[in-house]
Design a protein around this ligand. Sequence first.
Ligand SMILES: [Zn+2]
Length: 277
Amino acid sequence: MFSLRRGLPALLLGMTVLVSALGAAPAQAAVQLAPVVSSDKKTKPPTTDELTKDPASLLVLVSRTNPLKPENYLPKDLRTVAGSGDQLRNGAATALEDLLKAGRKDGHSLTMLSAYRSFERQKSLFNQYKARYGLDYATRISAPAGTSEHQLGLSADLGLANSSCDLKACFGETAGGKWLAENAQRFGFIIRYPADGEKTTGYKYEPWHLRYIGVEHAQAMKSSQAKTFEDYHAALVKASKIKPLTEAQIKEQRESLMVLRFLPPYRDWSVGYDFAR
Ligand SMILES: [Zn+2]
């Protein structure tokens, strides 16, 4: 009874603070609630197989050292992105349409230069680069067929309406390029080949190349320390290998928490609790 009597005013005080905070500053309360709302919508963490074996997963890693399996993979849900002649998978297409709309609203006329490319198309493109620049340079700027993200239907190259800096590093210095780097994650995209990432990604800086991984992961990657998708992907794979607790382990934890509830309050322990009293 003693602790209840002491606890009650504190509880009431807490409620008063909460209620007055909600009444006085609704805008602030809404901001604080936002993460709670989004965490309710969280999708299940990806499994190791989804991350490493499923070419249709939004989180699949494709690079020169991680070729597509099968190499001639064809996405099932491709559709034309509104206002362009290019295709993306349905979810990525909708996200890109939203991104382009938001960019225009903020005064940046970004346009799509390239999106889905089939295995065959990539093959002829790479051979053209190879003939023009030789194998070494062609490999730095283009992907051999079966190793291009464009084959996933989740990647798009964007440029400016005036075509200045198309497919050049200077795109990242333009107002539109900066807006893209700032806002892409809001729509589920990442800048897949960042500056100084060549050692990890195998590609030079490509501020124009977007990859769709979904809003939840794009935002998580942006706020994480991961510099490249390779780093973020490796962290997800590592996490996917940690075995979740079994039902029995969860029950055991719950039971030990129940025991804690019936122990005398901590402050009494600190001054020596007299069990015989
Ligand atoms: Zn690209």
